[in-house]
Design a protein around this ligand. Structure first.
Ligand code: ZN
Length: 331
C-alpha cells in the first residue's frame, strides 16, 4: 500500500502573458519566482514556477505560457479556484494591499474560515484563506509581502464537476481522501493529516458550462507522494481501479504520473524530490533558463525564441508595506 497522499504538490495553469503573470504572482501576491523552464511537451513555450523560498512541494503555483491558446473558458471538468493559505488575522492587511494595487476583490465566509476572492492577471479565480498551517513553508526574505502576512502555500483547490458520484468513489475508495463536510453543492474532502494544504472541494454543477483547456484556466493539480517507490504503488493501484495512467515521466524537478479523474479533471501524482535546487542553488532560483539535461542542446535556440521575463524586485513593486514594517522594527 502506498503512503497516503499528504496534500497538494503543485497547481499548473495556462497564462497568455508570462510577464503579466510574473508581475501578479511576485509583485502582488509576493510569491518567489523559483524557476524559469520550458514545457517539455511544447519546448518552445515557457513553464514558469512560483512558490516559497525553495518552491517547497505544497507551495508551487506554475504556468504554461501559451499566448496563442483560446481565451478563458472555465467550467466543469476543471479546477476552478486555487486557494492559498495566509495567517489568520491577515485579511485586513491583504485587503488594504489589494486596494492599494488596484486589484478587485471580495470577502467570503466558508465552513470555518474567512477568505478574500480575487482574480489573477489571466482571470483565474484565486482565494486567500485566513487559515494557515503549513509549517513546511520557508519564507522568502525579499518578498514584497512581510513574512507575518505572507502566503504559506496552498490551502485547497476547488473543482467543478457536472456529476460527482464516480469522482467521490475514486477519491474515497482508491485515493485515500475522506469526505469531511458539505455546504450547498460544495463537498469538502481531505487527505493525509487533513487541514490546509490537504483540502479538495468539489462543486457539483450539472447546468454549468463545460470547461475547455484555455488561457486563464487551471491545467491540472498535482498531489504529493514522498518518493518513486510510493509513486509506483499509486500507479499500480490506479491502473487496477481502471484509470488510464501515464508511465512515470521525469520532469527533472520531480517524477510524475498523470490520469483523469472520472469528472474530467487532470490529476498528477508527483514525487517530493529532487526539487528545484537540483540545478540552481537556493539563492539563485529562477535567475537562468533552467533546462533538463536532455534539452540542453537546444539552449541557444530557446534563448532566442522565448520572450524575456523581468522579475519585479522590492524596489519596483510599489506598496510593499511589509518591507517598511521590517525596517520600522529594526530587522
Ligand atoms: Zn504538473
Amino acid at each position: 500500500m502506498a503512503a497516503s497522499i499528504p496534500g497538494i504538490h503543485h497547481v499548473t495553469c495556462i497564462t497568455g502573458d508570462v510577464q503579466k503573470c510574473v508581475d501578479f504572482y511576485v509583485g502582488v501576491l509576493g510569491l518567489r519566482f523559483v524557476k524559469k523552464s520550458i514545457n517539455q511537451d511544447l519546448p518552445d513555450t515557457y513553464h514558469i514556477y512560483f512558490g516559497d523560498y525553495l518552491g517547497t512541494p505544497g507551495t508551487a503555483m506554475t504556468f504554461f505560457g501559451w499566448p496563442t491558446w483560446p481565451k478563458q473558458r472555465a467550467g466543469s471538468g476543471q479546477i476552478t479556484t486555487v486557494s492559498f493559505q495566509v495567517p489568520a488575522g491577515s485579511l485586513g492587511f491583504w485587503s488594504n494591499r489589494l486596494k492599494g494595487l488596484g486589484v478587485d476583490h471580495r470577502m467570503v465566509s466558508r465552513f470555518d474560515a474567512d477568505a478574500i476572492v480575487l482574480h489573477d492577471a489571466d482571470g483565474i479565480e484565486v482565494e486567500l484563506v485566513a487559515q494557515a498551517a503549513n509549517d513546511r513553508w520557508t519564507p522568502w526574505p525579499d518578498s514584497p509581502v512581510d513574512a507575518e502576512h505572507a502566503i504559506h502555500g496552498f490551502h485547497s483547490v476547488t473543482m467543478t464537476l457536472a456529476e460527482m458520484a464516480a469522482t467521490f468513489n475514486l477519491l474515497t475508495s482508491v485515493m485515500g481522501f475522506r469526505m469531511v463536510t458539505q455546504e450547498g453543492n460544495r463537498t469538502r474532502f481531505e487527505t493525509g493529516a487533513g487541514g490546509p494544504h490537504s483540502i479538495l472541494d468539489v462543486i457539483e454543477s450539472p447546468e454549468g458550462p463545460v470547461g475547455e483547456e484555455s488561457i486563464g484556466t487551471v491545467h491540472h493539480v498535482a498531489w504529493r507522494t514522498p518518493d518513486p517507490e510510493n509513486q509506483k504503488v499509486w500507479r499500480d493501484t490506479l491502473l487496477t481501479a481502471g484509470r488510464n495512467v501515464t508511465p512515470v515521466i521525469d520532469r527533472w524537478y520531480f517524477k510524475s504520473i498523470y490520469y483523469r479523474e472520472p469528472g474530467g479533471v487532470l490529476f498528477e501524482i508527483a514525487t517530493d524530490g529532487p526539487g528545484f535546487t537540483v540545478d540552481e542553488p537556493p539563492e539563485k532560483l529562477g535567475t537562468t533558463l533552467s533546462l533538463p539535461p536532455w534539452f540542453q542542446v537546444r539552449r541557444d535556440q530557446l534563448d532566442e525564441i522565448l520572450p524575456p521575463i523581468v522579475v519585479p524586485t522590492t524596489a519596483t513593486t510599489g506598496a510593499h508595506q511589509g518591507v517598511v514594517n521590517q525596517h520600522e522594527r529594526g530587522h
